[in-house]
Design a protein around this ligand. Structure first.
Ligand code: ADP
Ligand code: MG
Length: 728
């Protein structure tokens, strides 16, 4: 095995870049060619059907059965021109990633032959065997089946030989079993709550969109080295591994030159993304060695999230062409940065106004400040819940671990907006909020710059930072479905906007002009947020932890306990009033969360136990045998001064023996803890017990990593960090 490791490392190092595809057309000419977008709808559908379908998409109506057949027929014609032979409903169950079950288009033609068939019925609805997807007991209690239904707001696309139809996944009794359904409800909720406010500024506004721009971080590892690490293969992260002498201390990887093998991979990823209509924009090296990032131009949240799910799938497939395995785990390697997925989020009207950016005039700025402040109030009120919305067993390794994000949700506003808020508290409520430089500067004027040039300065320690025209929710994990965080954020903001509008209406009914009514309601809210959720300092320090606690922000670090937030009265009230989740759904989802947490840790604990037993202890014993042989021979040769001759060997022998013993006893204790935890029936209690086991894995890792430091390099069976992280 030691020989093998050496060979594997050599071979991996010598690998040359595999050239990316070279499309014959300009990007803009093939962009979206695998998506049944508006242009194709127009081409493949009759004018009436096209208009009916667009109406469904724009206004969220159900697709009429009578036109579904024609829509399906048009899709089939288009898809078959691209060699499609299968269709699938593509959905996002509460597992990781997406689910698809492919059916071929083949049907008997009734004349002894076969033909390709795709009717409206199979476009609109399917009934996958739902019993194997997590439901948190919903199906056990109510009904065994679930169904998927087309979401026309997300376009149908082709992947390989299969036509993929984005769908929601629901139980027969109507409960959501996926990420998409509640996300769509939250988008409606935030629009419904925001529109009446926007209409006070511009009566033409009919709809408010939630926008998402995700930044996907990931690691690449050579596939041969990956295959030699059972922990990476089974858990997505290294459970052990001594840190490399060189890691990220020189800051030489961030924005560095992209290695050629990786560059070709990135080009292929972009080509695939463009074909699927995904507006990829940015690619670069990240902070940690072998860590990279990909980001598109932001878009409507539901669509952008589907595109993120597609990209995660595509990237994993394309990595293999280039001899890599792509790691989406939040913390594949200890001691260096983990991976997140910043969710850049904002709201905008169908008339083209971005609601989290300064406006053109005083009223536009009042609208901006209104949305800005209300978002922060929602984040303050639901800070614990928002943290719960990004909490998973895997993201737990980032939370509070001295890297983005800390396990406390606070918001960085930057100097300019902090000053604006303070100023607003000082001036009379009818003071106009001007764009800087447009009016003579005078004392008492509230001014904001049109564009935040210096204000988008980066406080990387803040989990929810204002970056000029949006908030950046940085706590989201790299493997997450963005919908978890985006649903909670949109719903919380919707609830707050509704409360705000009611308060403003009251002031106006009492005779106040609109701008004064707004400011009078905003002022106490501003006072409240600047003393709680707004924090521009270093989020990693212990002082901040103490200060945050004093401010009443949630500082919980146990993931299973964070999930309790979903069923607290304030959360249930918020989710039910906004129509995003029912209480039954919240309870069921928590069961799934606890169960998933337990299973993830359980798998890690098993892998750890077996690797300790089958890889680490045998390698250490082989080294120990070597030492013993030398010691025995020394004793035979130098019976007199044996002690002084064998000093090094004896010291090493002692150290190795002690470390092996530590690994063995700690593993045994972990197995006992697991046995006890497995007897627990209640999912929450079980997850809490597994939280302890997760902590114990760090303790087992310590002597293993020490052994790696001591044992002969030739005897060490697992590729080391220096090999996994520096070959590309
Ligand atoms: P950073 O400088 O923070 O690393 P990038 O420029 O790589 O950010 O990515 C920022 C992301 O934010 C992109 O996806 C971008 O399209 C998105 N974004 C920009 N403006 C908005 C907005 N108003 N709402 C939502 N997302 C936005
Ligand atoms: Mg960013």
């Amino acid at each position: 095995m030691s020989k093998l490791r050496f060979d594997v490392v050599q071979d991996a190092f010598k690998k040359k870049a595999v050239p990316a595809e070279t499309p014959e057309k300009k990007t803009s000419e093939y962009f979206g060619e695998l998506v049944f977008n508006r242009e194709k709808m127009r081409k493949y559908l009759s004018t009436e059907t096209y208009e009916a379908l667009i109406d469904c998409i724009d206004n969220g109506h159900q697709l009429d059965r009578t036109i579904a057949d024609e829509v399906a027929d048009g899709m089939k014609t288009w898809a078959m021109e691209h060699g499609v032979t299968h269709i699938t409903h593509w959905f996002q169950p509460l597992t990781e990633g997406t689910a698809e079950k492919h059916d071929s288009l083949m049907e008997y033609d009734g004349k002894g032959g076969m033909l390709e068939e795709f009717g409206g019925k199979s476009l609109i609805q399917q009934e996958p065997d739902a019993s194997s997807f997590p439901s948190g007991g919903i199906r056990a209690t109510f009904e065994a089946r679930g169904y998927t239904a087309w979401d026309p707001t997300s376009p149908v696309f082709i992947q390989d030989d299969t036509l993929c139809i984005p769908t929601v996944f629901i139980s027969y009794t109507g409960e959501a079993l996926d990420y998409k359904t509640p996300l769509k409800k939250s988008l409606k909720a935030v629009s419904d709550a925001a529109v009446p406010i926007c209409q006070m500024f511009d009566p033409k506004v009919k709809k408010v969109y939630s926008y998402l721009g995700w930044e996907q971080e990931y690691f690449l590892v050579d596939e041969d080295l990956y295959a030699a690490r059972p922990d990476l293969m089974l858990t997505g992260r290294t459970l052990m591994g001594h840190e490399s002498s060189k890691n990220q201390q020189l800051d030489d990887h961030y924005f560095g030159a992209i290695p050629s093998r990786v560059m070709e991979f990135m080009k292929d990823v972009e080509i695939a993304g463009y074909r699927h209509g995904i507006p990829l924009k940015t690619r670069h090296n990240e902070v940690a060695p072998n860590q990279f990032e990909l980001a598109p131009i932001f878009g409507e949240t539901n669509l952008s999230n589907d595109q993120n799910q597609m990209m995660m799938n595509l990237m994993q497939q394309i990595a293999r062409k280039h001899g890599f395995v792509l790691l989406l785990h939040e913390k594949p390697f200890a001691g260096i940065n983990g991976s997140g997925k910043h969710n850049n989020w904002s709201l905008g009207t169908d008339t083209g106004t971005l609601l989290l950016a300064p406006g053109k005039d005083a009223m536009g700025n009042l609208q901006f400040v209104t949305f800005f402040v209300n978002v922060l109030v929602a984040v303050q009120k639901h800070n614990a819940l928002l943290k719960a919305s990004i909490a998973t067993a895997t993201n737990a390794h980032r939370l509070g671990a001295n890297e983005a994000p800390p396990a406390i949700i606070s918001s960085f506003l930057g100097h300019t907006m902090t000053q604006v808020l303070h100023k607003l508290l000082e001036v009379p409520s009818d003071t106009p909020i001007e764009i800087a430089g447009k009016k003579e500067k005078s004392v008492g004027l509230v001014e904001i710059p049109e564009i935040f040039i210096d204000n988008t300065d980066r406080n990387r320690t803040s989990p929810f930072a204002f970056t000029g025209n949006r908030f950046e929710f940085r706590a989201v994990g790299s493997s997450a479905n963005c919908a978890g965080a985006m649903t909670t954020l949109n719903a919380a903001v919707a609830e707050q906007l509704t409360a705000f509008k009611a308060a403003v209406d009251k002031e106006i009914a009492a005779g106040k002009p609109m701008n004064i009514a707004f400011m009078d309601v905003l002022k106490p809210l501003i006072s409240s947020i600047i003393n709680t959720v707004c924090f521009d300092g270093n989020g990693y320090t212990d002082e901040w932890k103490a200060e945050a606690k004093r401010r009443g922000l949630d500082t919980e670090i146990s993931v299973p306990l964070m999930f309790d937030q979903f069923t607290k009265p304030a959360s249930v009230g918020m989710f039910t009033h906004t129509g995003v989740y029912t209480e039954a759904e919240l309870k069921a989802r928590n069961e799934v969360k606890w169960e998933t947490y337990t299973k993830k840790v359980q798998i890690e604990a098993r892998v750890m136990g077996r690797m300790a037993q089958n890889h680490i202890i045998p390698a250490a014993l082989a080294y120990k045998t070597r030492l013993l042989n030398i010691v025995t021979q020394l004793k035979a040769l130098y019976p007199e001064d044996f002690e002084s001759m064998a000093q090094t060997e004896l010291a090493l022998l002692q150290r190795v023996t002690k470390l092996i013993e530590e690994v063995r006893t700690k593993c045994a204790a972990m197995v006992d803890a697991r046995k006890a935890a497995n007897k627990i029936e209640d999912e929450r209690e079980k997850a809490l017990a597994y939280h302890e086991i997760a902590e114990s894995l760090f303790a087992i890792r310590r002597p293993i990593d020490k052994l790696e430091e001591v044992v002969d390099n030739d005897l060490w069976p697992l590729p080391k960090y220096r090999e996994l992280l520096f070959i590309n």
